[in-house]
Write a protein of this length. Structure first.
Length: 522
């Protein structure tokens, strides 16, 4: 067995390739009671798995950037705690975000293997996952480094992809089915997904919490479980620097995508039949496509071909939205969660193989300097072009008056356009557009400009309005408000009889509370 040693990077271009970690959890109660055997061994960065049916010569070994032994407890010197996982992966990703790169962390694995524990974790001290630790660190660093000449803004969105449909977890009015669109300048994006302004860790923790509750509410209504959906938590982090000498303003924007993927088990392994199985095929479309995208990218790396094969990003919503994070403009890490138990041998081996392929992908990350100023300029140019096109087609009367240019809050007036190379190699030449298409594209582009131009104060107001709506809806669903009315959450009422939901998924358990009113309840 090759042991590359803990401190020697496996990939020579470590910075550019996808960081891959695997993590094995403790036995759960059922596995312990059935005297399950542990099929995973780890040494340094290497993880080995033993086929329980061929214990003699059935061992396969894989080397990763990190192999986390979380099967035992703190007393074990080899034990990898939540803190340790965050320090290795989360801290590095946060550093890249401050440098101005897009970053992405994906958790992959079979249901129950520890994805949500690794990403979100539990509320108790020392049990928090990567997402809350990263958010806390983000605001701590903003607090230390912020100054009149260096300001930061943080916006958050949280969505769920279930059966190829996108649901906004932060907007109670979103019933699922937001449109995923592609704009020639913006690339793929989710239309109308709320992006909420936050000013503290508490704000973000509140949003995370209500997003997780919205997942429960939706899942309870539709009788699904969270194991079948992908949860994507995105932080858009903007740094604005003012240089006193030249009086120039620069801006860096990075997108931090934190993804808790759906369970990777194949539909047939969970005993699904009939409609469930059909549903399963659709549910896993995003995951299957993710597998194909990863294999294709890995093969392209190996064959060193000039032009990579066709990469099927567009075949699923997840891969389409994560296009930049997978082999594109992003620093990416994947954590594959492993079950230690012999009964899960086949699934665990397939997770290890998947992680092994991911290791070979390289991303080409670039710093996102001043993207907004340039983007707005190019979007305006496109609006002008589309308006001229529509006028040329004799449709001038159908056009709304051009939106008034407005200065953005806290922003310098736009500088004369520097001769910078256009974003993504420049706007593609417009394909011949019919009047209806041109009109639609024009409206879409004007909407994007309006969103980009919204001031920070407007964003905060919108965030607050949505929060009130969310709370009203949750109250209606049975999620209680604390007496002060300000904080949402499940607060067991001391005097009122009530019911609390239980779910095998700890993230979804005890999220809903039903008060039993005076009188007869059926
Ligand atoms: P998944 O999201 O992959 O379906 P979970 O993260 O919900 O799985 O994990 C299943 C159960 O195992 C949960 O009760 C979780 O708290 C527990 N668990 C997972 N990983 C660990 C770990 N490293 N240490 C302690 N408990 C864990
Ligand atoms: Mg989970």
């Amino acid at each position: 067995m090759k042991d590359p040693g803990r401190d020697k990077p496996i990939a020579t271009m470590a910075g550019a390739s996808v960081k891959v970690a695997v993590r094995v959890r403790p036995f759960n109660a059922r596995e312990s009671s059935r005297q399950a055997k542990c099929v995973i061994q780890m040494q340094g960065n290497t993880t080995c798995i033993t086929n329980p049916k061929l214990p003699k010569d059935g061992t396969k070994c894989f080397a990763f950037d990190y192999s986390y032994w979380s099967h035992t407890s703190e007393e074990d010197p080899h034990f990898a705690s939540q803190r340790r996982v965050y320090q290795d992966i989360g801290e590095e990703m946060l550093l890249h975000a401050f440098e101005g790169y897009n970053v992405c962390v994906l958790a992959y694995g079979q249901t129950g293997a520890g994805k949500s524990y690794t990403m979100m974790g539990r509320q108790e001290a020392g049990q928090q996952g990567i997402i809350p630790q990263l958010c806390e660190d983000l605001f701590a660093r903003i607090g230390r480094e912020g100054s009149p000449d260096l300001t930061f803004s943080v916006e958050v969105s949280y969505m769920e992809i279930y059966c190829e449909r996108v649901r906004d977890l932060l907007n109670p009015k979103s019933r699922g089915g937001l449109r995923v669109r592609e704009h020639p300048l913006m690339g793929p994006y989710v239309q109308d997904l709320s992006r909420l302004a936050v000013t503290s860790f508490e704000d973000i923790a509140d949003l995370m919490d209500s997003g997780n509750k919205a997942r429960t509410v939706a899942a309870t209504n539709m009788n699904e479980t969270s194991s079948r959906s992908h949860a994507v938590f995105t932080i858009v982090f903007t740094q604005r620097r003012h240089d006193r000498l030249t009086d120039l303003h620069t801006e860096k924007v990075s997108r931090i995508s934190l993804v808790d993927l759906a369970g990777s088990e194949r539909a047939d392994a969970s005993g699904a039949k009939g409609t469930r199985l059909k549903e399963g095929a659709n549910i896993n479309k995003s995951l299957t496509t993710l597998g194909k995208v990863i294999s294709t990218l890995a093969e392209a790396q190996n064959s060193k071909k000039k032009k990579p094969d066709f990469i099927p990003y567009r075949d699923s919503v997840l891969t389409w939205l994560l296009k930049e994070s997978l082999g594109g403009n992003s620093r990416t890490a994947m954590i594959a969660a492993l079950s230690p138990a012999d009964i899960n041998y086949e699934e665990t081996l397939s997770t290890l193989r998947y992680a092994d392929r991911t290791k070979q992908i390289r991303c080409h990350a670039v710093i996102n300097e001043d993207p907004n100023a340039r983007l707005i300029r190019e979007l305006r140019q496109e609006v002008t072009r589309l308006r001229e096109l529509l006028c040329a087609q004799g449709l001038a009367h159908a056009l709304a008056p051009p939106p008034r240019r407005r200065e953005r809050g806290r922003r310098p007036p736009p500088r004369p356009p520097p001769a910078a190379p256009p974003l993504n190699g420049g706007p593609e030449p417009l394909p011949p557009l019919g009047p209806a298409e041109a009109m639609e594209r024009l409206q879409e582009t004007e909407k994007i400009i309006a969103e980009l131009n919204e001031t920070w104060e407007e964003k905060l107001r919108r965030t607050e309005a949505l929060r009130l709506e969310r709370e009203a809806l949750l109250a209606e669903m049975g999620v209680a408000l604390r007496e002060d009315g300000g904080t949402v959450g499940v607060f067991s009422p001391k005097k009122t009889p009530h019911l609390v939901n239980l779910n095998e998924d700890p993230l979804m358990s005890e999220c809903l509370l039903y008060h039993i009113k005076d009188g007869v309840t059926r």
